[in-house]
Design a binder for this molecule. Structure first.
Ligand SMILES: [Cu+2]
Length: 481
């Protein structure tokens, strides 16, 4: 059942329309929008000066659930709206969530804006909305990069095109080109205080944060794109509660001159995938939906939904009745490609110019609250980085938690909350495929990916396999099997 909208508890602000307790129909004039609109006429620098960074400008409090108008956009500035609403889970239940959205939406909006469509901050100071990057590269059909042709020396295998195919990115992604400046305004549409933090994105791996943004308030953040890699943006309020409510996303920093490498001078890839995991605790969402604040001692986390790029179970696997959703799963999550010989020493150029002996890069991000153990069938993965730190290829070490820090083949990739790992899936002929089987292959081979933290394979406390699952496909010919 949906909770009742909270009544307006504060005095109406003079000069602004009164918001009724039902919070349904009324549009507030944004004093701040007027201010920014006027400042924009004086040039963007003046607008930046109007809100010192970080800052939370005074703005009228609002009743939750109110329909709100969008702020006047500023060139080169991404606007994020902290919204709330209900999202459908894999078992068709509606669960209260919050998120950083593209536009202001009300609590009972049928399609609340709780995550942004991917945006790219370019070096020339603009923002481009795009699900694929590099912006000028060809999107791979259904997510699968096509090879340049058969590998004459290796029957059943293919030569992979170098620096050619774009990659699809899921919702919530912000891409920043190295050398660009990230400029973001955040509008807190909710009744509680929230913040926007880019974890470890400053020099010295410090956080970059707006600090608390009061209800109805706004803040501005501006910072140079950090070192190439994968970062999490989130609301650290009462951590990890607000992140688990859905207030998170990813920042991927890429060098536009070297867009097919995980970082300049690091492993090259055919295309890349961004896998963001998330877990939802319905006890917490119920408390927060009712206007309460989670006390983690009284109500420890008990996640019941586990997502990969905001999908679970048959929806994550692309087996739903919804063709558009299935297509998005294939483009964004379900790793696929043609088998190739790879060279683990440097993932470098092949003897045939324009082809590369590399696999595909999976950037794994855990924005959730559960420890995950990402496990692939068919191929092992070669882990190259953790939290944007390159792992050495020799002279490895054991860190203080007892983990081996060394590039290596991994059957299971450990992914604790807030961790990011960059792993290469080689997309090679599976080692257990005998010649007789390999040379008589007439169809695509699909292998499961599942998380070895078994509770994450369920939904609603038991529905199996309704959780964090995927598969990857080894294509059998240029036209598919
Ligand atoms: Cu298994």
């Amino acid at each position: 059942m949906l909770p009742e909208t909270q009544p307006l508890t504060q005095e109406p602000v003079p000069g602004l329309p009164v918001v009724a307790a039902d919070g349904r129909e009324h549009t507030l004039n944004r004093a701040s929008a007027l201010k920014f609109g006027a400042a924009a006429g004086l040039g963007i620098a003046a607008a930046f000066a109007a809100v010192a960074s970080p800052a939370a400008a005074a703005a009228p409090r609002r009743a939750r659930g109110a329909a709100l108008s969008m702020a006047t956009p500023l060139p080169g500035v991404l606007d994020l709206y902290i919204n709330e609403g209900y999202t459908k889970m894999v078992d068709d239940s509606l669960v209260y969530q919050r998120g950083f959205g593209d536009r202001p939406t009300a609590l009972r909006d049928a399609k609340p804006s709780l995550r942004i469509t991917p945006k790219v901050f370019t070096r020339d100071g603009s923002i481009v909305e795009s699900r694929t990057y590099p912006l000028t590269a060809a999107p791979p059909p259904n997510g699968t990069p096509l090879p340049s042709g058969p590998d004459a020396a290796n029957p059943g295998q293919f030569l992979i095109r170098r620096n050619y195919w774009a990659s699809y990115f899921p919702q919530r992604t912000i891409i920043a080109e190295t050398g660009s400046t990230v400029r973001i305004r955040v509008f807190n549409q909710l009744a509680g205080s929230h913040a926007l933090t880019f974890a470890q994105a400053a020099h010295g791996r410090a956080d970059i944060t707006t600090g608390p943004i009061p209800p109805g308030g706004e803040a501005y953040l501006e910072f140079p794109a950090p070192y190439s890699g994968t970062y999490i943006y989130h609301d650290p309020t009462n951590a990890p509660v607000q992140r688990a409510m859905g207030l998170f996303g990813s920042l991927v920093v890429l060098d536009p001159q070297d867009a097919w490498s995980v970082a300049p001078g690091q492993a090259g890839f055919e295309r890349q995938w961004l896998w963001v995991t998330h877990a939802i605790c319905t006890t917490w969402t119920g408390i927060e939906a009712g206007g309460g604040t989670v006390d983690q001692d009284a109500d420890p986390a008990l996640p019941r939904y586990f997502m990969l790029n905001d999908r679970s179970g048959y929806e994550a696997l692309g087996h739903s009745p919804n063709a558009a959703l299935n297509k998005a799963s294939h483009e964004e999550s379900l790793v696929s490609g043609y088998p190739r010989q790879i060279d683990i020493r440097d993932f470098g150029e092949d003897l045939v110019l324009g082809t590369i002996r590399a696999g595909q890069m999976v950037r794994m991000v855990n924005a959730g609250i559960a420890n995950h153990q990402i496990h692939f069938h068919g191929n092992h993965l070669w882990t190259v980085r953790r939290n944007n730190v390159e792992w050495p290829r020799d002279f490895g070490m054991v860190d203080e938690d007892g983990h081996v820090v060394l590039q290596q083949w991994e059957d299971v990739v450990e992914l604790p909350p807030m961790d990011r790992k960059d792993c290469m899936i080689p997309m090679k002929r599976p080692p257990d495929a005998t010649d007789q089987v390999w040379f008589n292959r007439t169809e695509d081979w699909k292998y499961p990916m599942h998380c070895h933290a078994e509770m994450s394979q369920t939904a609603a406390g038991g529905m199996y396999p309704g959780g964090l699952v995927a598969h990857w496909e080894l294509k059998s010919s240029v036209n598919g099997g």
